[in-house]
Design a binder for this molecule. Structure first.
Ligand SMILES: O=C(O)COP(=O)(O)O
Ligand SMILES: [Mg+2]
Length: 227
């Protein structure tokens, strides 16, 4: 039996242009154990992705801040929005912008943390976050302002308990520093070749292939050791 899987989205299931690599659809849909989509993105993105993969809605959103397991039918919050809202206000008051335009689809449905575009100034963001007891994580796709004790690992603890699994039973695949705690928690972890140094250092293995090539290789490696 294959182990349950925790899969990151950006940089892992995607092509370099951020689109989902269509080759991941069937392997994810056919995985014979639970798949949890674990992302820094807000809740609707992984929910939509599960829907279109045709798998149960098992998601860790907002870097662990919001967790949903379909069979439990309740959103389980690890994060608290107050800290990131205060950072947002202070950053905007200081004259900076979040960088996603007026509609801001990146933060519009975000409930526990804040994402700032990477073309916005990082230094004042880190300073303001620190003043509010928050931390900034750079995923390579956005700067995320979150509580220090909320991450994909605390999210997986919640999701795994809801699914009736031990977190150590999971295999995780990811690409950036927001996957590091998750990599340390699970039984087996892979960073894809395009991963940042933190992800590569904390993963048990680094795939030869980048992006979805690496993700598919990781699944093959898991299947090989399973037989
Ligand atoms: O949206 C981001 O910044 C990163 O998302 P990811 O965790 O799915 O890679
Ligand atoms: Mg990623």
């Amino acid at each position: 039996m294959v182990p349950p899987l925790a899969a990151d989205i950006d940089g892992t299931l995607t092509r370099p242009d951020k689109s989902i690599d269509p080759r991941v659809f069937d392997p994810i849909r056919k995985w014979e154990a639970p798949v949890v989509i674990a992302t820094g993105k807000s809740f609707p993105y992984p929910v939509g992705l599960c829907e279109f993969f045709g798998i149960p809605l098992n998601v860790i959103a907002e870097n662990g801040g919001a967790v949903y397991v379909e069979s439990v039918d309740e959103v389980l919050y690890n994060g608290d929005p107050e800290g990131s809202r205060a950072v947002e206000r202070a950053y905007l008051d200081a004259g900076y912008e979040l960088g996603w335009g007026a509609v801001d689809p990146v933060n519009r449905w975000r409930e526990t943390e804040l994402a700032v575009a990477r073309d916005q100034p990082l230094e004042p963001l880190v300073e303001i976050a620190d003043e509010h007891g928050m931390v900034v994580v750079d995923t390579g796709y956005a700067y995320h302002v979150k509580a220090p004790d909320v991450d994909k690992a605390s999210g997986l603890e919640t999701a795994a308990a809801a699914l009736g699994y031990d977190p150590e039973a999971f295999v995780a695949v990811g690409d950036s520093e927001n996957d590091a705690e998750l990599f340390e928690l699970v039984g087996r972890s892979f960073a894809v070749e395009n991963a940042d140094e933190t992800a590569k250092r904390t993963a048990d293995g680094v795939t030869e292939g980048a992006f979805a090539d690496g993700f598919l290789q990781a699944l093959d490696r898991v299947r090989e050791s399973d037989t």
